[in-house]
Design a protein around this ligand. Sequence first.
Ligand code: S3P
Length: 448
Amino acid sequence: MSGHGTPIPMTSRTGGALAGVAEVPGDKSISHRALILGAMAVGETTITGLLEGEDVLDTAKAMRAFGAEVTRDDDGTWHVHGVGVGGFAEPDQVIDCGNSGTGVRLIMGAMATCPITATFTGDASLNKRPMARVTDPLALFGAQAIGRSGGRLPMTIVGAADPVPVTYAVPVPSAQVKSAVLLAGLNAPGQTVVIEKEATRDHTERMLAGFGATVTTEETNEGRVITLTGQPELTPQAIAVPRDPSSAAFPVCAALIVPGSDVLVPGIGLNPTRAGLFTTLREMGADLTYENEREEGGEPVADLRARYSPEMKGILVPAHRAASMIDEYPILCAVAANATGKTMMEGVKELRVKESDRIAAMADGLRACGVTVADGDDWMEVTGMGPGKVPGGATCASHLDHRIAMSFLVLGMSTLAPVSVDDGSPIATSFPIFEPLMTALGAKVERT
Ligand code: S3P
């Protein structure tokens, strides 16, 4: 089993205002997909702006194991020589996806309709997470999965030698499940149809179309119906990965809760399936503006400007918004603790099966910092203490979860006493430059 090596305890504390420009790294979701789709195209895909975090590097390694040639130039440009749809070779080693649910679930989908067998594992966090949500639909294509109890990794997938196309209504709001089915559908003859009740991030659909697949999306009474025509020849692409809104969330939220701050976070994708946090923050009264709004690669993009916002009020964050900000609830909790009044988050059950149980992890750490939190299976409520009034002074457990670690470190930039996390090493999975970037803005965050 892989791990993150030696734990890195970290501490943050209040300091001066945060100011400057925060250039966050490439989008994690798009980076995984660029490598996987590049590996399934015929010829050379080039990728600039790829997130070079551990999760994505594990996917790059996996694509090599399935036969694609993946190289990096000194200037950070990546090249993927793909093997074509259905062309994956059988890996001769176990595929270790580290901490990444996206990596393992998308790759399982991509190989499930190839006549090969592969075994997957991950770190202690990933090996606890549910995989049946992907292996159930992959079985409909004719693939078999043999894993540990509860449908957990390590797990072996025997790909379907003679795949059939599938129509599948995704039972949980999950872009990973949707994407696994679509990637499997690439090597099935005929049309594969995925129906999702709630819209989740649509990067796979957009990128499949960009690579030349025939994919349509229709809004119906049952939800979004996505139809993919199987066995296309994917054409290699030149992909410029936009900056990650989920990483932008950290400097943006830090600026909102640290007195006097004014931070610009340029070039952030505002795809509506990803931008729920920013809508929520503006509803709370955040001084968060979109500057220089434009389109890049078919996606809406803007420079985000966040200024200290002591007037923020707690609100009800509706369940229908959950999918568009599913990774941002931990950092929203840090903002909510600094707002006035209660912030109620509904329809957030999926948080229980992320890199950690994020409801439990945030509730425990916030309570240790002196914040009142109520929670149930599918909801969470944080009672705001007003700007700069959170006591802090605790060490919070990050549970091998990058977003939990970063959320408590941002909270500590606003609290009366410093906040520590027991292990900041998972931050490298998605935001390897978090510490220098926040420090350059003026934040007091250090390894302890
Ligand atoms: C992702 C989908 C989401 C999200 C994850 C990235 C993706 O997971 O939490 O960080 O790239 O498809 P779910 O599909 O489990 O909701």
